[in-house]
Each structure stands twice: as C-alpha cells, then as structure tokens.
Write a protein that binds this ligand. Structure first.
Ligand SMILES: [Zn+2]
Length: 293
C-alpha cells in the first residue's frame, strides 16, 4: 500500500483550509486522493517545491550537514573558504557528485512533474522550485524551473563571476577517474592550472561549481522569483519537506498562510505536519498517481 494517511492530515483544519475544500473526514485512501485531485483540478497557480529527497530513488546520494566524503564532513568542503584553500580537493568532491548525477536517470517522480507541466501548462501556471542541484528535473524536461541552490552543471568564474552551463564529462582531463569517496588517499594535489578555468581569453580565472555553499547568499533575483511564485500560488506541492532548508522550508508555510492548499509527499511520515494533504511513500509512486500522469 503506497500511502499512509495521517489522522492529523485527514482532519481538514477549518481555520486554515481554503473554502473550496469541503470539511470532511476522509477515512479511505481513494476518497482522500479524489479530494486532492479536485483541489488540483481547480488550482490556477501551482508551485511544486522539491528537496534532494526526490533524487534518492534515482540513486543520487544526499550530502547534508552530517554526511561524509572520505574523511571529510561534507559541509566543511562546501564553503568558499575550503575551495579557495583546497581547490583540488573540493573539485574532486564535486567531480564525483557530477559523475553520480550524470550517471543517474530522472525517476518517475521527476517525470510525473514534467508531464504534469506538459499536460496542464497551458491552463495553469506551474513552477518547480527546487533545492536539488543534480539537474534531474531539467533532464526530465521540466521547463519552468527555479534552482534555488544552483546546479552541479553550471560553473562560476571566481574572477569575473560569469556563470555558464557545463556538461563536460569529465569537466577537465585532470579530474578523470578522480573523486572516489573510497580513496584512502586523503590528499588531493591536482595543480590549480589543470583545474577548470574561465574560457574568456581576457579572464582565465579559476572556475567553481555554481552552487550555493554554506555561507553564500542565494542570488536575490532567484529569491524574488521564488517568492513571487509562492505568493501567487493557490496550490503548493512540497516534496521531501523534512530535508528542506531555509528559505525553501518556509515556502509551504508561507503559501498556507496566504490561503493556498498544501500537499506534501514524503518518504516517511512527518508527525509535525499540519498540511491539508500528506502522502507518505516513495515519491515515484505517490506523485504519478496524485498528478494523474
Ligand atoms: Zn572569468
């Protein structure tokens, strides 16, 4: 059985629910899903907020604050300071992550979101706001996409700040066959001149992954776009809510305060949730059914 319905979420909360949702107690999966589908049908502005969790079923590992690559806590590698001090080591880590992402395939959850946009994009405004950096939403063909934390497949020059897409594989010859998390070699000594550099002849600065690292700020224009989507939405789907960080973690509560209906899709039950709909199970199963694609 793919869904577990929490009693908390089945009881539709009268103070927070838009008037279009009947105040009922749904006791069976089918009626609960049917009710969600009615909300989906009548929605005009749909925001879909996704976290890294959406890619776990594609085999892409999640690197959070407490994870490790080799002997390093990954949050200590994901900073501008670490990059400037140890560019070779940090590029090995991100080369490994690029390789993992490029070898993964969009799963049924990514595909369902993209198909939903393709099917209903003419009569609804549909925007995906993602914290994921692995590019799988784009590869599934999602068009209207805001990548809050940047992308593994874009680079930024540390000298001229130029941001460009980069799908080279490997990104440079010196990184070929590097980056294994199992390596016992904790040193990384690729000379800086062999790491990726800006292609502008007038610049040639060192390139870094265009990712929002710890201590970095998200581009204000990206935040502005995401907030406009959240303010306008009447239905917000949130996928992998426990793994979202601020500001993404705040988007569904903000949308709910504005009167939007919220549906969450999580692998595990979030007992703190008070959203209107909560579908628990693999997102590759719950999303295609909920979105009817
Ligand atoms: Zn440059």
């Amino acid at each position: 059985m793919p869904f577990i319905i929490t009693p908390l979420c089945v009881l539709v909360r009268s103070t927070l629910v838009a008037s279009s949702v009947p105040r009922i107690m749904a006791t069976r999966h089918n009626s609960y899903m049917a009710l969600f589908k009615e909300s989906l049908k009548s929605a005009k502005n749909v925001a879909i907020v996704t976290g890294d969790d959406i890619s776990t079923e594609s085999g892409v590992p999640i690197y959070g604050k407490t994870s490790f690559w080799r002997k390093y806590q990954t949050s200590t590698l994901a900073t501008s300071g670490a990059f400037l001090t140890f560019p070779s080591l940090v590029w090995e880590f991100y080369h490994y992550r690029r390789e993992m992402a490029v070898n993964a395939q969009p799963n049924e959850a990514h595909k369902a979101i993209a198909l939903f946009e393709e099917k209903h994009g003419k009569d609804k405004s549909i925007t995906v706001i993602t914290q994921s950096i692995d590019g799988l939403h784009s590869r599934a063909n999602t068009k209207n996409l805001i990548e809050l934390h940047g992308s593994l497949f874009k680079t930024r020059c540390i000298k001229c700040n130029d941001v460009v897409p980069n799908n080279d594989h490997p990104i440079c010859e010196a990184l070929a066959n590097k980056g294994s998390p199992d390596s016992t070699d904790t040193n990384s000594d690729i000379p800086e001149k062999l790491l990726p550099h800006c292609s502008k002849p007038s610049c040639t600065g060192l390139l870094r992954p265009d990712i929002v690292w710890y201590g970095d700020s998200i581009d204000p224009s990206v935040i502005q776009k995401a907030e406009a989507v959240i303010s306008a939405c009447d239905l917000c789907l949130v996928v992998g809510s426990p793994s979202l960080l601020f500001p993404a973690a705040q988007y569904a509560p903000d949308a709910m305060n504005n009167g939007a209906i919220i549906a969450e899709f999580n692998n595990e039950m979030d007992t703190n949730s008070n959203y209107h709909y909560s579908f628990v199970g693999p997102c590759s199963v719950t999303l295609p059914e909920a979105l009817d694609v």
